[in-house]
Design a protein around this ligand. Sequence first.
Ligand code: 07D
Length: 272
Amino acid sequence: MLSFEGVYRKRGGTFLADLIGDDPLDFWAGRFYVGVFGVTTIVATIIGIAVIALSIAAQGDGDLLRVTIGAPLRQYGLHFAPFYQGGNWEVITICAIVAFVSWALREVEICRKLDMGYHVPIMFSFAISAYVVLEVIRPLLLGCWCEGFDLGFTGHLTWVSNTGFKYMNFYLNPFHAYGVLGFFLTAMVLAMHGSAILGTYSTNADPNVETANVDNFWRDYIGYSIGELGIHVLGFWLAIYTLIMSDLCILTSGPWVKDWVEFWHFSIPWFH
Ligand code: 07D
């Protein structure tokens, strides 16, 4: 344990402690905080991986890039499918969601111990929302688990291509375009920030000079520096914007819009 870790490595402040007054899982295993949600993450992950392993073995295809665990067939609608006809996909999806949500709640408990804001779990929840929209909410709206994406490298890429072409030209989906814009902007801003910090940071320099140097670099280069806190606020909101656009992009395709080419065939009178 590092000297400062003792400050927050104290029992208490967990959901279970608030609920029943005690939390038997409120301890650390080496450097890892365990907690109720650490255990639920591990249990869901182990069950999920076991089902994935069984499914791969049943396909008899040792190539992990090729192996695919398909969503249930259309005939099963919103019901449980037989294990090797999509039931395995359903169990894996449940395990994945339990693991992701547990991971987010584990982040909340660590934030509470450190007396931090909840920015990390809030941000991660938006990433989880993309998965839940794709695998649960949109299939529910369309009345069939078969609308979820197939699991596996080639499987999910084939699904993205097929689903994209099903709605004619996915590039014409405005939310998709705004999502793509957000992913590229987020990557660019992170690259700018990361490279500026790496270019300035050195172990023996004065931290105040380093901060001033980053600001001076951007002011000299593009006339403006968003500042040390600002770049992190921008990253937070950019990522949230991007994931909301991604959610809308797939949520609208099917339940509301059948054809993104046709979607643009409206006319605004004063534009002619
Ligand atoms: C889903 C990740 C969530 C992650 C989580 C955490 C673990 C570890 C460990 C427990 C959202 C997982 C954690 C695994 C666990 C422990 C210990 C993030 C997610 C919860 N597209 N397109 C998108 C581009 C085309 C199509 C999104 C570009 C074509 C369809 C994004 C191009 C057609 C769908 C995007 C392009 C098409 C998308 C995906 C270029 C095909 C979607 C990223 C340059 C013909 C999907 C919500 C995303 C979507 C989606 C980008 C092209 C179809 C914006 C750059 C034209 C059908 N595309 N696309 O959202 O919106 O990540 O998903 O050509 O469904 Mg697209």
